[in-house]
Design a protein around this ligand. Structure first.
Ligand code: PRX
Length: 635
């Protein structure tokens, strides 16, 4: 039996039991046998959820890029590490071998050093899905700089907030990006953001769309000439297992985004191990995850997890609808993709366009299909199973979070029988618990509650950058001695988990986490707005869409509501990004509030979902009369 590669259900149960009975020795075995350490750890795990403090492989020394690149050079030097598929199908795909990746990462790392970047410095990466994105991530890791990738769909305000929160020294960006038939002026967005970012000393610019951009003397540098001059080898910086590898921001229900900090050693071990098992990756398979590296899915399962296994990983620059809705399937056919990992929202959008697009292509290479980011509804699950997997490729519905670093609940394909809408069983080493509202664990099956994790796992985030107290308050205070996920879940009669959705004020729209408070703050900046409240409502494709209730100031001036709606969405686009735009905006005289002044979102959620049959007792509200007014004018 191999601890590293699980192939049967029985093996899963055996290894799971082992991983839970003695987590330290289990993970030590995995770490020891499958990775390259410059020095062994002194202590496998120390932890205290009350502080909270978690350390894995303390005292060990490593560099993750040595594990992802160098150690493959002898055996897989000419194997393709990254297949880059451009936005435009007429542009040639690029195959980057492990040797070439080594060369490009080393040269990039040397450029970073020449620009004064040192171990521990923060580097913001704001790039489209082009090879330089993966390469710059790895180049940072090579020299021990902490990368902070910001999804290139975020606005300049969102970008500057993230740069300033972690005092980044440098931004890596491009002259623009392709997105379907559009181009986006990324450098212009960076320039705007940097008006307000005193910590930035330099900007490296990748040429992608050949646009005519402004370069600021002394600050901005084209990347290519620097790479041309750079030395081809770069000794990896030797990192402590607990040294931060990266920061990645995720929305909170309140306040500014949280910079989740991930470690080097534990993160590497867990992402590599989950990748191998959840996707059953075999040598020479071609694996494709459609996420953007701007999200955790891309960090863990486009870059680090696959490369640590010496895999071939596809990076796609474009969108599923360009030049038509067959683009994903065309790419699967073209590169003979074996494992395909995407989001339910993409599946729903493609299902709507009909099966002709799917049937045009040869999908027989597919072995495993994955989903992530939000609950997958039964209809989408079956469409995926029937039309893409032809009922022969198991679907792995993987539940996890930015904070968890790696997949936490998921079937193991060909081992765990799947069940539509269920993420099924906890992954090796993961000890979930369902909790009731009084903080008691709910044991047994056929129950539901708040999903917590009882025991540390190697890739959990260690803190929130600059705000450890917030880390404690958000994740370790709701339930004693537990990590609280913010999700609700149910456990069925055989112990399978189904994630039911967020139990806080985070709304997942098209697989993106959005906090209500930052959106409300953006709306409230409009001079005509007095107050606002955002809730989610079910949407066929996005899973959830946003519904805003807005109270206007009584300025005596009449404004057309349609214009106001446009202006509000424009403000949201500027402050956060187009992903946070509202689908519906209802103007109202008041918002239902408790006597202590708290907005009753539960009522607003029901009205937005057109489910007003049981609103509960509204008589105790401060202003019960507004409820009827809101129902009467609901959109
Ligand atoms: O609510 C859960 C949902 O996405 C949240 C985490 O979002 P984020 O940090 O952006 O990471 C997404 C990619 C890992 C979770 O708290 N979620 C994620 N995967 C699933 C899911 N909900 C249901 N089923 C899933 N498979």
């Amino acid at each position: 039996m191999s601890n590293y590669h699980i192939k049967h259900l029985e093996e899963y149960f055996q290894v799971y039991r082992k991983s839970v009975r003695n987590p330290e020795s289990f993970w030590e075995e995995v770490a020891e046998e499958h990775f390259l350490w410059r020095k062994r750890w002194d202590n496998a795990l120390s932890w205290d959820f009350s502080k909270p403090e978690v350390k894995w492989f303390e005292g060990a020394k490593l560099n993750i890029t040595e594990n992802c690149i160098d150690r493959h050079l002898n055996t897989r030097g000419d194997k393709t590490a990254i297949i880059f598929e451009p936005n435009d199908p007429n542009e040639a795909a690029q195959h980057i071998t492990y040797k070439q990746l080594h060369d490009r990462v080393c040269r990039f790392a040397n450029v970073l050093k020449e620009q004064g970047i040192q171990k521990g410095d923060r580097v913001c990466i704001y790039l489209p899905m082009i090879p330089e994105l993966a390469i710059s991530v790895l180049a940072c890791a090579r020299i021990g700089a902490i990368h902070s990738v910001v999804f290139a769909g975020f606005s300049s305000t969102a970008l500057s907030t993230r740069i300033n929160d972690s005092d980044c020294k440098m931004v890596i960006t491009s002259d623009g990006s392709y997105r379907g038939s559009k181009t986006i002026d990324l450098k212009g967005i960076v320039d705007e953001a940097l008006e307000d970012c005193p910590s930035i000393q330099s900007v490296l610019v990748v040429k992608r769309i050949n646009s005519d951009i402004q370069m600021k003397e002394g600050r901005d540098h084209w990347l290519q000439p620097l790479l041309d001059e750079a030395y081809h080898d770069c000794e990896p910086e030797i990192m402590d297992s607990e040294d931060p590898l990266f920061i990645l921001y995720t929305s909170g229900s309140t306040g500014k985004p949280k910079g989740m900090v991930h470690s080097s050693g534990g993160y590497m071990v867990y992402t590599a191990y989950t990748f191998k098992n959840v996707f059953q990756y075999r040598e020479n398979d071609v694996y494709w995850c459609t996420a953007d590296i701007g999200w955790i899915t891309g960090h863990s399962y486009i870059v680090y997890g696959p490369l640590a296994n010496g895999a071939t990983t596809v990076m796609f620059e474009g969108v599923p609808s360009y030049p038509d809705f067959g683009r994903f399937w065309e790419i699967v056919d073209k590169h003979q993709v074996n494992q395909f990992y995407t989001a339910p929202t993409a599946i729903r959008a493609l299902a709507k366009e009909g099966v002709d697009y799917v049937e045009k292509y040869d999908l027989s290479s597919l072995k495993v299909l994955g989903t992530v980011g939000e609950p997958i509804n039964e209809e989408a699950w079956h469409w995926y199973d029937d039309n893409v997997g032809k009922k022969k490729s198991p679907i792995v519905d993987t539940w996890w979070q930015t904070e968890t670093g790696g997949i936490m609940i998921s079937p193991i394909p060909f081992a765990t029988p799947t069940k539509p809408t269920y993420a099924t069983l906890p992954f090796i080493g993961i000890q979930p618990a369902l909790m009731d509202e009084n903080g008691k664990e709910i044991k047994g099956n056929q129950v539901d509650g708040r999903l917590c994790i009882k025991f540390p796992w190697p890739s959990m985030a260690r803190t929130i950058w600059g705000d450890h107290q917030r880390y404690k308050d958000t994740y370790f205070s709701a339930f004693e001695n537990m990590y609280f996920t913010g999700d609700g879940a149910l456990r069925d009669e055989v112990g399978y988990y189904r994630i039911t959705g967020r139990v806080d004020d985070v709304i997942i729209v098209s697989g993106h986490n959005l906090g209500t408070a930052p959106i409300e703050d953006a709306i409230n900046e409009h001079p005509a707005v007095a107050e606002s409240a955002i809730v989610g409502f079910p949407h066929d494709i996005k899973g959830n869409a946003l519904y805003g209730y807005v109270i206007l100031k009584d300025t005596g001036e009449y404004r057309r509501h349609d214009n106001l709606r446009k202006e509000i969405n424009q403000l949201i686009t500027e402050q956060i990004g187009p992903i946070a735009k509202l689908d519906k905006i209802q103007f109202t005289q008041g918002l239902p509030k408790t006597r202590s002044g708290k907005i009753m979102r539960r009522i607003l959620r029901k009205i937005a979902s057109k489910d007003t049959s049981n609103l509960g007792d509204t008589s105790t509200l401060l202003n019960p009369e507004v409820v009827q007014e809101i129902i009467d004018n609901a959109l």
